[in-house]
Design a protein around this ligand. Structure first.
Ligand SMILES: C[S@@+](CC[C@H](N)C(=O)[O-])C[C@H]1O[C@@H](n2cnc3c(N)ncnc32)[C@H](O)[C@@H]1O
Length: 217
């Protein structure tokens, strides 16, 4: 399913609507980009979308080239307009597309599309193998708490964010639709998974259901 159908929007609206869907979207992308080494020459963005994270990374690492992978060719046309010759864009799944040797791999709100822990582990091992010495993996995603009571509070905070732009019914329907299609791995499990795949992991940012994680090679 393409991004527009998954989110129930027109693709041209993506950059505006994503902020109505995800609380603290800009803050999280800023934190993730700030973790990228300024010396980086090659960055890979998994599920690059329109390129919001990659664009921020280029401000931090101005000599870098971007390789952006996305399964939705339509959204890649928007990324292509944004980056022109600064990026190489590959249409396909990051679960199979070969990853070039690079200084950092970044991903924002893309890895919850990976359906199983085994597939995620296989991806993380490939990510680690692609990283050069001192390379980093930075992931921004929904990683809720394990405790059901805390998880409920986090969900209510997400609903409150949605309620700024949508009715209560619409907000509840949006979360229900996404949670049928997306896999939100609890933060402690995601941390452990990255560690098992060989990363030294740090939580760079945490608020509500969302987190920015850094894995050092
Ligand atoms: C919610 S969007 C996030 C886009 C962008 N990273 C951002 O932060 O705005 C998720 C993106 O991941 C892409 N995606 C989902 N599964 C994928 C896969 N297996 N391989 C490559 N891209 C994938 C979607 O097409 C979509 O562009």
């Amino acid at each position: 399913m393409g991004v527009a159908a998954h989110l129930g929007i027109r693709l041209a609206e993506y950059d505006r609507r994503i902020r109505t869907f995800i609380p603290d979207y800009d803050e999280m992308l800023d934190v993730a980009a700030a973790a990228v080494p300024a010396r980086a020459r090659m960055l890979v963005d998994l599920g690059i979308g329109t390129g919001a994270l990659a664009a921020r990374c280029l401000k931090i690492a101005p000599r870098a080239r971007i390789v952006g992978i996305d399964v939705d060719p339509e959204i890649l046309t928007m990324a292509a307009r944004r980056f022109r010759d600064r990026a190489t864009l590959a249409a396909g799944t990051f679960l199979r597309t070969p990853l070039p040797s690079c200084d950092a791999v970044v991903a924002s709100f893309a890895l919850h599309h990976v359906r199983t822990r085994a597939a995620k582990a296989a991806l993380y091992r490939r990510v680690r193998a692609a990283l050069r010495p001192r390379g980093l993996f930075v992931s921004v995603d929904c990683q809720p708490a394990r405790d059901p009571a805390v998880r409920r509070v986090q969900r209510d905070a997400w609903l409150a964010h949605l309620r700024r732009s949508y009715t209560a019914t619409q907000a509840t329907k949006l979360l229900a639709a996404w949670s049928r299609e997306d896999v939100y791995v609890p933060l402690d499990s995601e941390f452990a998974l990255m560690r098992r795949c060989g990363f030294r992991v740090e939580v760079l940012w945490r608020r509500g259901s969302f987190a920015v994680l850094r894995g050092a090679r």
